[in-house]
Write a protein that binds this ligand. Structure first.
Ligand code: CP
Length: 309
């Protein structure tokens, strides 16, 4: 399907072919930067929720392709504070920019934006729903580490750990991995397990999803350990949160029997679920992972703005 003018809202909108195209263009842009590719284009970043990586890497990606950026990082400084609706905010940004990247605390906000926008909407995270551009950079990272992912020649074991119920990065990546030859492990505190609908989708595609009991077990059995933050802001019971947070802390000692090739990813920010002694191990790969956001977001911008097809 043509990318020019397209919205990027959910993994469900992206076929395996689409994902492979994004990865291939990102690789080309990383190897051969094109500093003028988006000259004359303007991107609006509308962030109704905090962000460090998504907003800054989109802005860096656009700037490094010669484009320009407008936007806000705090909705309290906008006319939303005076009661302006999301739909009207999108209608305004559409007057000023060529593409909108938005983050919003409510599930479905990006989809709503597409209904009123004549320019591409890129979802930078909506509630606990989806974070498709994070997934593209996660896949790009996994493919750099394990190139056999793409040709399906080896089966990769991916363990998801942390808040699997509310974690939008988990939901998006899980759906993307269903296109590939993977085995999935999960480990989550009680009440934050992966919703059953995800397991059902995997099973329907012949992919096994196995629950493991400890982080150590997950680390020892996987090629990729995808850690996520326990999201205190979305946790059902604050008392329970205090109880589980200390039991979800990966440290270097737990990795002593892991495969040498194990790589630990995390969409970041981390809070205390990965001890800093893990950073010193060969397994830690979350900072290079975040760096991959630049070529991947460059690829997405160039595609939806019709400068690469
Ligand atoms: N991974 C991610 O979405 O990070 P930010 O919340 O800092 O954008």
């Amino acid at each position: 399907m043509e990318f020019n003018g397209r919205h990027i809202v959910s993994l469900r909108d992206l076929s395996k072919e689409d994902l492979l195209k994004i990865l291939s263009i990102a690789k080309n842009l990383e190897e051969k930067p094109q500093p003028d590719l988006l000259s004359g284009f303007l991107m609006a970043t509308l962030f109704f929720e905090p962000s460090t990586r998504t907003r800054l890497s989109f802005e860096a990606a656009m700037s490094r392709l010669g484009g320009r950026v407008i936007g806000f990082a705090d909705a309290n400084s906008t006319s939303q504070k005076k009661g302006e609706s999301l739909a009207d905010t999108i209608r305004m940004a559409e007057q000023y920019a060529d593409v909108i990247v938005m983050r919003h605390p409510h599930d479905g906000a990006a989809r709503l934006a597409t209904e009123v926008s004549g320019i591409p909407i890129i979802n930078g995270g909506d509630g606990s729903n989806q974070h498709p551009t994070q997934t593209c950079l996660d896949l790009y990272t996994i493919n750099k580490l394990f190139p056999n992912l793409i040709d399906d020649s080896d089966q990769l074991t991916v363990a998801f750990a942390g808040d699997l119920r509310y974690g939008r990065t988990v939901h998006s990546l899980f759906e993307a991995l269903l296109h590939f030859n993977v085995k999935i492990l999960t480990i989550a505190p009680k009440g934050l397990e992966l919703p059953e609908s995800f397991t059902q989708k995997a099973t329907a595609k012949g992919i096994t999803v196995t629950v493991v009991e400890t982080l150590q077990e997950a680390a020892e059995q996987s090629d990729i350990l995808y850690m996520t933050r326990l999201q205190e802001e979305r946790f059902p019971d604050p008392v329970e949160f205090d109880h589980v947070k200390s039991s979800y802390r990966l440290n270097a000692r737990m990795l002593k029997n892991a495969k040498e090739s194990l790589r630990i990813l995390h969409p970041l920010p981390r809070v205390n679920e990965i001890a800093t002694d893990v950073d010193e191990t060969e397994h830690a790969h979350y900072f290079p992972q975040a760096g991959n956001g630049i070529p991947v977001r460059q690829a997405l911008l160039a595609l939806v703005l019709g400068k690469i097809s």
